[in-house]
Design a protein around this ligand. Sequence first.
Ligand SMILES: NC(=O)c1ccc[n+]([C@@H]2O[C@H](COP(=O)([O-])OP(=O)(O)OC[C@H]3O[C@@H](n4cnc5c(N)ncnc54)[C@H](OP(=O)(O)O)[C@@H]3O)[C@@H](O)[C@H]2O)c1
Length: 377
Amino acid sequence: MEALLLGAGLLLGAYVLIYYNLVKAPPCGGIANLRGRTAVVTGANSGIGKMTALELARRGARVVLACRSRERGEAAAYDLRQESGNNEIIFMALDLASLASVRAFATAFLSSEPRLDILIHNAGISSCGRTREPFNLLLRVNHVGPFLLTQLLLSRLKTCTPSRVVVVSSAAHRRGCLDFTRLNHPVVGRQQELRAYADSKLANVLFVRQLATQLEGTGITCYAAHPGPVNSELFLRHVPGWLRPLLCPLAWLVLRAPRGGAQTPLYCALQEGIEPFSGRYFANCHVEEVPPAARDDRAAHRLWEVSKRLARLGSGEEAESNEDPQPEDAEAPFSLRSSQAEDPAVSEPYPASQNSPDLSKVIHRSQIKAEPKTPAS
Ligand SMILES: NC(=O)c1ccc[n+]([C@@H]2O[C@H](COP(=O)([O-])OP(=O)(O)OC[C@H]3O[C@@H](n4cnc5c(N)ncnc54)[C@H](OP(=O)(O)O)[C@@H]3O)[C@@H](O)[C@H]2O)c1
């Protein structure tokens, strides 16, 4: 009997530890009123993306749900309108696996939406499922598609500064290791998929680092966010049916709910005063140090160049908007088009916060690069 009680006590203690360290997420805070601002959230029909979109909508933003399935996207838009009481939630089709779809989305968005204040790259996959592509599908969906989309929407972000780009990465980036000779090779088997997932999440962190360098002084800042271990369909959808009844309750107990997972991406999108941390990686609503592979500026630069090629970004298209979709298999570089950004409504600057981070502790990015061990906020 005593042994039983001791066992139960230990289990409870272990769960309390797990709960407070993993399951419970700190609330994001940040700008409370987003009226007049527009946000794009990719993969917003489920999991973390849906909860991220909900919070943005509750705060009054116009939210574009960029999803690959019209049915799931429209259903999510309906749910979110009901839950938030905000009617400014719309679905727009985006399949990150297809460069043509990314371009079509950008064209549709630029021609219909005068503002872009917050771009959240949330969509992601952990497996290729049954799809067989002649390229690395995980890298395409998790990194190359978002890379291209960012480039195509930069002009609109620039007209709405201060604006932000958030890339939902993962702690899995710590296991990543980019092999530039095989970056786009097709991924076969679960082992390779897990490796490719970690690599794609490392690519997210390096992309954000390089993007911040390119955008310094423009008023656009960018952040990589780890949502924590979240109870979503990301990994569960690939679990065999017979295992789900066992795993689902366990996942519910020890993993964060999607709403908790949305807190760090939201923090990166909304928290005032974190601009000096542009280019950095956040977890649990705090800036976090990353391993050497994720702060390797040469690798970040090389990845940028390779990504331009993989995204078939034409010379001169970088940081410009291209208003026309192009065929995915086009070999010729895309032509440079002058982008005539529409006149956005006047943008309110981010209001000064009551609880901004102590900026005396903030270290400039160039110093952060030199002093990687310095903790912040
Ligand atoms: N769950 C975790 O523990 C965890 C941990 C660290 C990081 N993350 C990251 O968090 C992000 C969100 O994941 P989640 O956990 O919320 O998983 P999720 O519920 O599976 O959501 C993923 C979303 O991405 C969309 N998506 C997948 N492929 C797409 C494509 N080709 N084009 C456009 N959208 C696509 C999915 O759409 P469909 O519904 O149509 O498939 C879905 O809406 C991912 O980037 C993931 O890597 C998750």
